[in-house]
Design a protein around this ligand. Structure first.
Ligand SMILES: [Zn+2]
Length: 257
């Protein structure tokens, strides 16, 4: 198969390179003409971009269980980090940086492990229990990565629900927080995802979720407000409709006011 290379077109099956910059090389290759359409308006860079977008789209289309079966592409992260280091004017070959691409690849595999886990599964095992008061797990620490800057936001989650004959292991709630945190995230969305998941899987009468976090994208860059804490909440069911339930939750989390 012929793919655009840096200075022309490379036929992967024969290893033969077709030299020439940009559109000239593309115009000479009937294969690329078919792949990318009329080549006259296409530069080599554009062709590469389209080819990458297509393979991305293919990968997305393939995974039926969203990103679950697919592992992290370490090689691709390594190449990207190396590229990043070069782009900021560093020397990726110097001693301190030599293993950095590999370390970062392993780090991302860990930080984004939640992409390959289904939090819903964690709430499938419930117990029948006649208990209809509020269940609250507070101060569940989490570390997530803000998807806008790829910088960590760190905080704690308070999750509560009003059971409807079904309860779930308390550690499972903490695990759900972790799975949702370990992916590129936005605090607002994470809060809602948590609430909706619990509401759906526990058939709860109500769910209340509060997240408090410090965003390093706000503390170490940009506006640089080191002490700012972002609080988000999602109330479902009785927590939404009953002010008294909400007040009870607040009192349990923050103490009586
Ligand atoms: Zn951010």
């Amino acid at each position: 198969m012929r793919v655009p290379s840096e200075d022309g077109v490379l036929d992967r099956s024969t290893g033969r390179a077709y030299k020439g910059k940009g559109t000239t090389a593309l115009r000479r290759s009937p294969f690329l003409r078919i792949m990318y359409g009329p080549v006259e308006e296409l530069s080599l860079n554009e062709a590469v971009r389209i080819s990458e977008a297509r393979s991305r789209a293919r990968r997305c289309g393939e995974d039926s269980s969203p990103r679950a079966a697919e592992g992290i592409d370490h090689e691709r992260i390594r190449a990207a980090v190396r590229e990043l280091l070069l782009a900021v004017g560093e020397d990726p070959e110097r001693e301190g940086l030599r293993d950095t691409p590999d370390r970062v690849a392993r780090m991302y595999a860990e930080l984004f492990a939640g992409l390959r886990q289904d939090p819903r599964q964690l709430l499938k095992k419930t117990f029948t229990q006649k208990y209809d008061e509020m269940v609250l797990v507070k101060d569940i620490g989490f570390e997530s990565i803000c998807e806008h800057h790829l910088l960590p936001f760190i905080g704690k989650a308070h999750v509560a629900y009003l059971p409807n004959g079904k309860i779930v292991g308390l550690s499972k709630l903490a695990r759900v927080v972790e799975v949702l945190a370990r992916r590129p995230q936005v605090q607002e969305r994470m809060t809602e995802q948590l609430a909706d998941l619990m509401m759906e899987e526990l058939d709860a009468r109500g769910v209340g979720v509060i997240l408090e976090a410090t965003h390093t994208c706000m503390t170490i860059r940009g506006i640089r407000k080191p002490d700012s804490v972002c609080t988000t909440s999602a109330m479902r069911g009785t927590f939404q409709t009953h002010q008294s339930t909400r007040a009870e939750l607040m009192a349990l989390i923050y103490g009586p006011r």
